[in-house]
Design a protein around this ligand. Sequence first.
Ligand code: FAD
Length: 444
Amino acid sequence: MSITKAVVWFRSDLRIHDNEALTQAISTATEVYPIYVFDTRMLSEYSEYSMRRVGKYRCRFMIEAVANLRSRLRSMGSDLIVRVGHPEEEIYQIASTLKSQWVFCNRERTPDEVAVQDSLEDKLWTVGQEIRYSRGKMLYYTQDLPFPITHTPDHFTAFRKEVEKVIPVREPIATPTTMRAMSHSIAAGNIPELADFGWEEYDHSSLPFPVLQGGETAGLEVLNQFVQAKPLVTLSGDRMDTECSYLGAYLSLGCLSPKMVYWKAKNASDGLVDRPKGIFFQLLIRDYLRLQVKKHGSQAFSRGGMRGRGDEHLMDDRKGLQTWKAALTGEPYVDAFMNQIDLTGYMPRIGRLSVAAYLVNQMGINWQMGAEYFESVLIDYDPCSNWGNWNLVAGVGGEYKDFSQYHIEYQCKKLDPDEAYLNRWHPQRSDHALIQDTRSAKQP
Ligand SMILES: Cc1cc2nc3c(=O)[nH]c(=O)nc-3n(C[C@H](O)[C@H](O)[C@H](O)COP(=O)(O)OP(=O)(O)OC[C@H]3O[C@@H](n4cnc5c(N)ncnc54)[C@H](O)[C@@H]3O)c2cc1C
């Protein structure tokens, strides 16, 4: 029997469960070579407004997630080949050396990621190989949608009505348990450390915040706790944090599949009526934003946003941005939220809405600067969820929403009547204040 070889290129799908690219590669080829490449363009470079594209929290989470993936693959009899560089070059080199037939990967939809996959596709073509794309990011399959992506409704409610009751969410595909060992000896490569990307180690285990360990194993534990209604933070009567699932980082890096989250929540047996409903709604918003960004393309990242609306009155005010980032605005909840994100890489949804609305409406600062800061610092950054939500708050999204009258204190007090959250995170009230020097020395 002739041996066929396939490379599996792991990207934002760092899991074994419900991973179509991996499963299809296993069922297509005799030998499968799983690979992950730390992309130095993302991990070492600066964005337009001079911020590191991947900050230390997400960087560490990514490293942990890759290490966890390697150990899971090893326990199945395989391994994970790890490289640091440009994925299209590293994978092309390995695929050429192996003389494999295909590279399997889950398709990305955002401009930077598409450029990388297109470039790899072109290179592979020159050596008679091809990419086989699968899907793995959304709750729904685009082929199940009752409209082409270009016709995705701009209004979320219209989108929801068209899909919610009409399309069933497919079940996760079966998780493979064993893999054939790789016969071609190829260096596995070391998993890099934080210092390799210019970050110092940090320890935030003393903070009133769960330490989110990267990887599928930890993600499945967080999901189990969520469906059993065991909040990760249980501080005195503080709803602001206990309402958070902390699933975002696992979904964004693909340590959890959205279908797995949906079905686990749905099948939870202890009468948790609201939680599965809530998470379904949130995962719908996530799909909606992904389709919106695909529909509107690079416009979603441009100043005029998806609507192509001019927002010339917003300023590229770097000093103002610094005040916002440093939690020095004087608006209590904004400063508390900004302190939390700086110290942990996380902020609850109401915080993201509040600080974004404040930056745009009160400070008159270009929303792209805020979006870039979130991109840099959020542990759960996802291009579509981040830039899509910023589009909405700035009023330049496909769907227009007016956040100009958004009353931060009124909204926050509803979740924080005793100011427990403020006492915990406001720089002047809390024991835990933003520590400027633990931020990257390189980050202005
Ligand atoms: C300005 C702004 C920027 C944001 N940037 C991101 C981002 O980079 N990555 C990200 O995952 N979410 C982002 N969100 C959406 C939302 O705030 C976070 O998903 C959520 O706060 C993460 O916390 P959690 O994991 O505890 O999730 P929960 O609040 O418990 O929600 C569960 C999950 O549902 C999804 N979800 C919920 N609300 C939204 C939403 N509005 N948009 C998209 N997905 C949603 C997420 O995957 C989330 O993990 C942003 C929101 C705003 C207003």
